[in-house]
Design a protein around this ligand. Structure first.
Ligand SMILES: Nc1ncnc2c1ncn2[C@@H]1O[C@H](COP(=O)(O)OP(=O)(O)OP(=O)(O)O)[C@@H](O)[C@H]1O
Length: 263
């Protein structure tokens, strides 16, 4: 079934997804239906399984079992159809370091089979809106963490994907750049595209996302609209702490030696 940008069907369908690393169960049977045309937040504590899930969903890591469908295409049976429809900004992004930012976008456009003139125009616009125009001829190896995120995002957006997956897109990004990224993403979702991003920063998720999935211990603890997941809680942060358990909150009591000048 083909899924359009009409917001009526699931952008991503995940069924019975499992992944183990030796004894460690990273993802323990996830079922998730992500609606299209929305800003989706995937939240969870450290080690919850967010990166492992996103890696399996985007075809970077093979699941032990389960299936994933994006825009109606099976990620593992029909990878070419899926990869032409998605953009990915993975964690620990590897880039071609000896290219300039502009060259990286030109190369990405060629890999995607886009016409050269279209790549030039889109690259200029993306570099401009993301505040990278002045650094476009600098080598990527000399980019800062935030600049790397931004050029990675530009590369992920260049072919105008239906679904964009972002792993911690705002990490290491200054507030001005974060604002420009937000604007780009909001414009992109307003046109009917879907953004799925992982984050620990609840305020950010609350301000951007209309639909949220909470992951902990490799399982989905809650999913639904922001209002549904927040429930009676005052903030998403409160709901999150309740859902995943506030382990470690009292840990400070065991650190009574810390601070106070006593050696
Ligand atoms: N390649 C690997 N080999 C062994 N264990 C792994 C591997 N990748 C992930 N894990 C384990 O799987 C679990 C889930 O890790 P994952 O990176 O998916 O979590 P996360 O929610 O993205 O965490 P964070 O927010 O800290 O980035 C963790 O216990 C982690 O140690």
């Amino acid at each position: 079934m083909a899924v359009g940008r009409d917001g009526t069907s699931a952008a991503v369908r995940i069924e019975g997804l499992w992944k183990r690393f030796g004894e460690q169960v990273a993802v323990a049977g996830i079922d998730l239906e992500i609606p299209s045309g929305r800003f989706i937040g995937l939240v969870g504590p450290n080690g919850a399984g967010k990166t492992t899930t996103l890696s399996m969903v985007t075809g970077l890591l093979r699941p032990d079992s389960g299936r994933v469908e994006i825009a109606g295409h099976d990620v593992w049976r029909d990878p070419a159809a899926v990869k032409s429809r998605i953009g990915v900004l993975p964690e620990g992004l590897r880039l071609f370091e000896r290219l300039s930012g502009r060259e990286l976008l030109t190369y990405t456009g060629q890999l995607r089979g886009l016409p050269g003139e279209q790549v030039d125009r889109r690259a200029t616009q993306l570099l401009d809106v993301l505040g990278l125009a002045g650094a476009q001829h600098k080598l990527v190896v000399d980019y800062s963490t935030g600049m790397r995120k931004k050029i990675g995002l530009a590369a992920a957006l260049l072919h105008n994907p239906e679904v964009l997956f972002l792993d911690e897109p705002f990490e290491g990004v200054d507030p001005v750049s974060a604002q420009s990224i937000r604007k780009v993403l909001q414009q992109y979702t307003a046109s009917g595209a879907t953004v799925v991003f992982s984050s620990h920063v609840m305020e950010l998720v609350e301000s951007l996302c209309s639909w949220v999935a909470v992951l902990a211990g490799g399982r989905i603890r809650a999913q639904g609209t922001l209002e549904e997941v927040r429930g009676e809680a005052a903030t998403l942060q409160d709901a999150f702490l309740e859902l995943v358990g506030a382990q470690g909150q009292a840990a400070g009591e065991n650190l009574d030696w810390l601070g106070g000048g006593v050696r």
